[in-house]
Design a binder for this molecule. Structure first.
Ligand code: SF4
Length: 306
């Protein structure tokens, strides 16, 4: 090769001594080898990037969202926000038992709702992206959230919850019937530990584990949260578990759930325990309106008004 890496050797041989030319050729070869390695690395890196892009955007991506690529995409995708997360959640099929149950309920329906087209999918969180109050429950009800597609909407527990949120100015109306009913939350966001309606309201341990990344991701995106109301002991414990998983210094020994028990957590959040407004609790008088309102009054007092 007469011209190699910008050096014209024919010309160089006329002007440089033999030793100098030999040294120049060796240095040039070394540079060429390094340059070659860099090119190969760049090609491999480009191929991997292309593969990752195709993988993430393929039509079957929704069925693979449990893979690390899903979280990788959430971290780096420019459209990263709650809406993107919600879309991923509603396509999730990670727990075969819950997928079968939620879809069976949606097919068979309850008699009084036979005119409905049930949602029959995972139910994402709902509310204000700038919320300071985060309310966390267990899972959607079979004929509530699993029918309407919005958390705590269309069941008796939701009637209690939204009435209380309205009373303390976290919601614009006290009723929650369906997704198009005009309900808006202000300074409040509601989510569940498990996003699919479970048989007997009892998710399995592995289903809690499978679904926990979603609440974890929501909490990461909701940067303004200052008060968490956990509806029931299971939600209380799993909120703390999600915090532990995200590396927060969860108190040890473990703090205990109780109705009205409030804890100031080291990361600046007040966690308040509240009995779940299930019919089992409200019909038996274990939870009264007064007790329930006291929780949200406290949350409002703690947060003040914006
Ligand atoms: S419970 Fe959660 S992880 Fe399991 S299928 Fe539903 S959304 Fe997916």
């Amino acid at each position: 090769m007469a011209v190699e890496l910008g050096i014209d050797w024919a010309k160089a041989e006329d002007t440089l001594p033999a030793k100098a030319i030999s040294a120049q050729r060796q240095a040039s070869a070394a540079r060429w080898n390094r340059s070659d390695e860099v090119s190969v690395c760049a090609t491999v890196w480009s191929a991997m990037s292309l593969f990752r892009y195709i993988f993430n955007t393929s039509r079957k991506f929704s069925q693979r969202q449990e893979t690390p690529a899903f979280w990788f995409m959430l971290d780096w995708h420019p459209m990263k926000n709650l809406t993107v997360l919600h879309e991923r959640i509603t396509r999730c099929r990670r727990c075969p038992r819950l997928v079968a149950h939620r879809e069976a309920i949606a097919r068979t329906k309850r008699r009084q709702f036979r005119q409905w087209t049930y949602w029959g999918r995972p139910v994402p969180g709902f509310g204000d992206p700038k919320a300071r109050l985060f309310v966390i429950g267990l899972a959607p009800a079979a004929h509530g959230g699993n029918r309407t597609g919005r958390v705590f909407t269309g069941d008796r527990s939701g009637d209690w919850l939204y009435e209380a949120l309205y009373r303390f100015e976290f919601a614009n109306q006290p009723h929650s019937a369906h997704r198009g009913d005009g309900l808006r939350l202000s300074d409040c966001y509601i989510a569940a530990v498990v996003r699919c309606a479970p048989p007997g309201n009892k998710p399995l341990p592995e289903e809690f584990d499978a679904c926990r990344p979603y609440v974890l991701e929501e909490l990461r995106l909701l940067r303004g949260v200052r008060v968490v109301v956990a509806l029931g002991k299971i939600a209380f414990d799993h909120y703390l578990r999600a915090c532990l998983d995200s590396g927060l210094p969860v108190p040890s020994p473990a703090i205990q759930f109780g109705h009205g028990a409030a804890y100031q957590l080291p990361w600046g959040v007040t966690l308040i325990g509240c009995y779940h407004p299930s019919q089992q609790n409200t019909f038996t008088g274990k939870l009264t309106r007064r007790m329930f309102h006291a929780i949200f009054r406290r949350a409002r007092k703690n947060l003040g008004r914006r």
